[in-house]
Design a protein around this ligand. Structure first.
Ligand SMILES: [Zn+2]
Length: 194
């Protein structure tokens, strides 16, 4: 089922998400719905708070671009990117590489806004799967960026918080304008329903 995606500035997007002690059927259904929602919106990732759930769960799929990483190691073994997607992960722990790179990001909760964000280019992440298995994954490129973006969501952090001070004024001005536009759209939709 495609779920409604919560838009900025909703409070749940600032929640510090709770760890998931045990994966239940509710989480399995939620994860399947989140994958469907991400795909319907043509996103590469979606975190639980974006569908109103403050738990440490997110999904990622970068299989549209098989060249977007230079390596992918899962539990130490070289792994085919497309065959490993989509990724559903719980309770992530992130180790960041030292080298940083600037890359453009967007967010399904902040549609129509894109900005450059400086982030470490390589990561190591340990998480639990839907089967309760613990996985250690090492990668770079778009997948490393997607993990950092989604794990930020689980900590109540948005990519707009990470743009450079120089770009921030312009980004926040545009965002203010977008929020107003969304509110007008929502009001129109509500009036139609009534
Ligand atoms: Zn996002």
């Amino acid at each position: 089922m495609v779920l409604p995606i919560i838009r900025y500035p909703a409070q749940v997007l600032r929640a510090k998400c709770r760890p998931v002690p045990a994966v239940t059927d509710r989480h399995r259904i939620l994860a399947a719905d989140m994958i469907e929602t991400m795909r319907a919106a043509h996103g590469v990732g979606l975190a639980a708070p974006q569908v109103g759930v403050d738990e440490q769960l997110a999904v990622i799929d970068v299989s549209h671009d098989p060249e977007c990483v230079s390596y992918l190691r899962v539990n130490g073994a070289d792994t085919d990117l497309a065959g490993f997607m989509p990724i559903v992960f719980f309770n992530p722990r992130l180790d960041l590489g030292k080298q940083r790179e600037l890359g453009e990001e967007g967010c399904l909760s902040i549609p129509e806004l894109r900005a450059k964000v400086n982030r470490p280019e390589a990561i190591k992440v340990t998480y639990q799967t839907l089967d309760g298995e613990t996985v250690t994954l090492e990668t770079d490129g778009l997948l490393a960026r997607a993990f950092q973006h989604e794990i930020d969501h689980l900590n109540g952090v948005l990519f707009i918080d990470r743009v450079s001070a120089a770009a921030k004024v312009g980004v926040m001005r545009r965002l203010k304008w977008l929020v107003q536009e969304w509110a007008e759209e929502d009001a129109k939709a509500a009036a139609k329903k009534a």
